[in-house]
Every structure is written in C-alpha cells, then in structure tokens.
Ligand binder design. Structure first.
Ligand code: SAH
Ligand code: SF4
Ligand code: F3S
Length: 483
C-alpha cells in the first residue's frame, strides 16, 4: 500500500522508473526536493489549494491530488491566493465552464502579486479540445493543463511544471489503464468515496460525460475490497461506491461479476457500518440488486435513480433505453421491496423538442413516484453531443417556466415525504458541527436526510440514535434521546 513507501529511500538522481506507480513516487521525491529549496529560500513551506467544481467522482479525484501534494510537502489552504492552485473542473453544463473562466480572472490577479505562483487546471473540461485552445490563446498565465485519463501522472506533471517556464499540456484521448495505490488525502476521516468503475458507455444524447471520461472500466473486486479494508482500518465507517452507472459494474472484467455480487462482498467487511452507491441507471437495475438491498444490514436505504424525463418519446431521443411505464414500475417494485427507502432523482427540463405534453408526463412521474428529493436541471447544450445539433431547441422563457413549475412540485412532495419520519428514532452518522447554530451538530440518516441536534464536536464520526422531533422541509431538528 502507498503509506508503506518511503520517499527518502528513492534515489532521485537515477533514471525515472518505467513502472507507473514507482515512477510517480520518484517524481514526488523530486518535487519534495524543490519544496525543501523553497522552504530554505522563503523560510516557510509553499501553500497549495485544490478547488473542485464537479461531482463526487471529481471530488474523489481531488483527494488524490491532495494526497500527492501532502506527500510532497505543500501546506494545504482554502485560500486561492496560494503558491500552487489547481482547479479540478466539470463540464456537464455550460455554467460549470463559465465559473472556471470567471475565477481564473481572479487567480491572474494573485499571480501578478506572486509571480512564483503556479496555476493548474485538470478534470473533465480539459478533455474538450476547444477549451484547451481557448486557454492557450487567452489564458497564457496558466502553467499546467491535464485531463481525466492521466490524473495518476500528477506528480510527474507537477515536477515538469515546477522546473519549466512554459505552459505544460498533457491530455489523453482515452485510456484503459487503472493505476492503483497512489496517495490520498481524505476530506472526512469517517467516510469515503471509493471508485468502483470509471467512464461511461451509455451516450445519453445530451451528455458530455462519455466523451470526457472515456469508456467504461471496472476495477477488480479484490482491489476495491482491499481499499475498503484499508479505509476501515483507518477509521472509515461509511463508503460511497462511485461510478457513472454502477449497475453495469463488472461486465468488462476478466471474470465478470455483477454489482449485486460486489455489494455482497463489501457487506462482509468487518467494521464497515454503511454502504452507499452512486449512480444507478434505471435500465440496468436488476432484481438481484433489489433483493440484496432489501436483505442487507449495511446498505443505506437510499437509491438515486435518475429519471431525466417522464416522457417516453423524450426518453427515446435521450437514448435512455427505458420508457415512462418501465421506470414507474421499477420505482414501485423498489418501494414495495424496501418500504422505508428514499428515492431521489435527476430531471432535465427543456430537452430539444420537449412539448408541454412531454413536460406534463414528467410532472406525472414526479407525482407517482413521490421523490424524497430531486435535482432539477435546465438542459444545457454541450458541443459534440447529438442533442446539441437537434433542431428544436426550446426558448429560454418556456424552459424557465417549466423549471419553476417542476421545482415547486418536487419541493412540496419532498416536504411531505420527509414528514413521514418525524417523531421516529433513526441511526445517524454525526458529520460536523453546524455552521449556523452554535452548540449543534449535523448528521446524516441512512436515507441521506440531514438532521441538526444539540451536541458537541466529540460526537463527530459516531453513529448515534437520534429522535427526529421536527421536519423543516429539507432537514430535521432532532435530539439525542435520554439514555
Ligand atoms: N451518470 C449519471 C449522471 C451524471 S451527470 C446518470 O446517468 O445518472 C449528472 C446529471 O446531470 C444527470 O443525471 C443529468 O440530469 C444532468 N445532465 C447531464 N447532462 C446535462 C445537460 N447537457 N444539461 C442539463 N443537465 C445535464
Ligand atoms: Fe451521462 Fe448517461 Fe453516462 Fe449518466 S449514463 S454519465 S447521463 S451518458
Ligand atoms: Fe462534471 Fe465530469 Fe462529474 S463533467 S459531473 S465532473 S464526471
């Protein structure tokens, strides 16, 4: 495992190893020499800031970046006025990109004051050639650009950047490589994301993810189990298994296995208390999985099941490969098998060609399934996806009106759904002190709802029984029952 590798023992004057894992440790050792030089010159260690713009998978990648920076000797800071700043970007919707360009302007200001500062960009947005062109032309102050497929090379790329005055760019089109056992710096000591697969093969017609994350690749079950065992030994109680479509896990392994089988293996890990996963594609959700979830003591009573649209016609053009009826039937089957489950979803409004009738179908599914919560998105045109060149893009005012109506419906239902747990006692993983209310802690139920209750920081990372006294829409106020 990575924590057994001692950077001091690496001979940095020899040639770089060719085997990837050893190679990256070699470059970490080399970077560390530069950090020591910095310290001698400036009387302090250099600071580094990692900013994440995307989903849980991006957040997990950022933990890998932080792990490397920690090994090298950087001091982590939340301020972007730092010696090294890296943006781990997202491009799923246009506004994710706009945010990056906006914040780069601010970084440029910091760099003018601190000319030794290095600025790096990585993540999904960098996999788009038009983005890299724009950066090369108009954002010359950026020092390093790399993509999603070669993030494991971060140490090597960082070293190249630190010893060079030019913009370093390394983008791979795709990869089938999975490099294991590099350092990681976890955000929470008691819970962690775990990648079980990378990429996506579904090509939903609106979505850019398959283009920027490449083809679907599953990690070997033994590597996943070993990682989780290591995490548990390190104090982790809850893991979130991550993949764009976890229900198709294992299909491309030498010895194929199903996601439900993987879950059963993870369940056996002693000391692990809670298992979550993200995201489930409805077309691949098996009866086997429902059965395993229903029986499990550790799998959380929460399923995120993106709907995208309630209209079978729109779903077809979206290339989702299920109909409205199949989706509703599936949701009913899940609620029957696991009555206390929380169902959440993603919905897109304003997909090209969406009519008022199509939209009404979406509202109909929302009313039938009664989601515990739903993320609603306005369709965003992504260059290169099939939907971007569809003729009938919907006018902004029509989309906005539908979005508002959907949001209202979704919120009313979520509130009603949350009420059903008021007055009950539930097991809660205590996560952090409440930022707004002094003397209160915040924790999460198995079904992903949040509860605030009086308590102190010593409770962090414990799983406690909490009484849910009052539901305030999106969260509960609770108390520790008298013992
Ligand atoms: N793999 C996951 C989704 C990852 S992207 C899945 O299929 O469930 C997260 C969400 O972003 C999607 O579920 C979708 O609702 C939304 N999304 C993706 N592309 C979008 C686009 N072009 N415009 C608006 N929302 C989009
Ligand atoms: Fe995008 Fe569809 Fe893949 Fe999800 S399953 S990442 S929405 S292409
Ligand atoms: Fe965004 Fe990439 Fe995730 S595009 S949603 S960060 S996979």
């Amino acid at each position: 495992m990575y924590n057994e590798i001692n950077l001091d023992k690496i001979d940095i004057n020899s040639k770089p190893p060719t085997e990837e894992q050893a190679r990256q440790y070699y470059f970490m050792a080399k970077c560390r020499e530069l950090v020591k030089e910095f310290e001698q010159k400036n009387g302090r260690l250099p600071s580094a800031c990692v900013a994440t713009f995307g989903c849980q998978m991006n957040a997990r990648d950022s933990e890998k970046l932080r792990g490397v920076l920690r090994e090298i000797g950087y001091v982590e800071t939340e301020s972007e006025d730092a010696d090294f700043v890296i943006y781990n970007t997202c491009t799923v919707r246009e506004n994710a990109n706009l945010k990056v360009y906006g914040r780069l302007g601010v970084l440029h200001g910091y760099k003018k004051k601190n000319p030794g500062m290095k600025i790096a960009l990585c993540g999904c947005m960098m996999q788009e050639p038009s983005v890299v062109e724009k950066l090369k032309k108009s954002y010359q102050f950026v020092d390093l650009i790399f993509g999603t497929h070669n993030i494991f090379k971060f140490a090597e790329l960082l070293w190249t950047t630190l010893v060079s005055d030019r913009m370093v760019i390394d983008i791979w089109k795709d990869t089938n490589q999975i490099v294991e056992d590099l350092p990681l710096e976890r955000k929470y000591p008691f819970k962690s994301g775990v990648n079980i697969m990378f990429g996506c093969n579904n090509f939903c017609s609106y979505c850019i993810v398959p283009y920027v994350r490449g083809r679907e690749r599953s990690r070997e079950a033994k590597d996943i189990i070993r990682e989780i065992e290591g995490l548990v030994a390190d104090g982790v109680m809850e893991v979130m298994l991550l993949g764009q479509n976890v229900n198709s896990y294992g299909k491309n392994l030498e010895e194929p296995m199903t996601f439900a089988q993987l879950l059963q293996e993870v369940e056996q890990i002693e000391g692990l208390e809670r298992i979550r996963f993200m995201t489930s594609h409805p077309k691949d959700l098996s009866d086997e999985l429902i059965e395993v979830m229903a029986k499990s003591k550790k799998i959380c009573r929460h399923l995120h099941l993106p709907l995208q649209s309630g209209s079978s016609a729109v779903l077809k053009v979206m290339n989702r490969r299920y109909t409205k009826e199949q989706y509703v039937e599936l949701a009913e089957k899940i609620r029957t098998a696991i009555p206390d489950i929380a169902l959440t979803t993603d919905i897109i409004v304003g997909f090209p060609g969406e009519t008022e009738e199509d939209f009404q179908e979406t509202l109909d599914v929302v009313r039938k399934v009664r989601y515990d919560s739903a993320f609603t998105f306005i369709y965003s045109k992504r260059t290169g996806t099939p939907a971007a060149s569809m003729a009938e893009q919907i006018p902004e005012d029509v989309v906005k009106d539908r979005f508002d109506r959907l949001l209202k419906e979704v919120q009313e239902i979520s509130k009603e759904m949350a009420e059903r747990f008021t007055g009950t006692e539930q097991m809660v993983l205590v996560e952090e002190p409440n930022r707004q209310m002094e003397g209160y802690m915040t924790g999460r139920l198995g079904n992903n709802h949040v509860v605030h209750f009086p308590g102190d920081v010593s409770l962090t990372g414990r799983i406690l029984k909490i009484r849910l006294d009052e539901c305030r829409g999106f969260y509960y106020m609770g108390t520790l029952p008298e013992i």
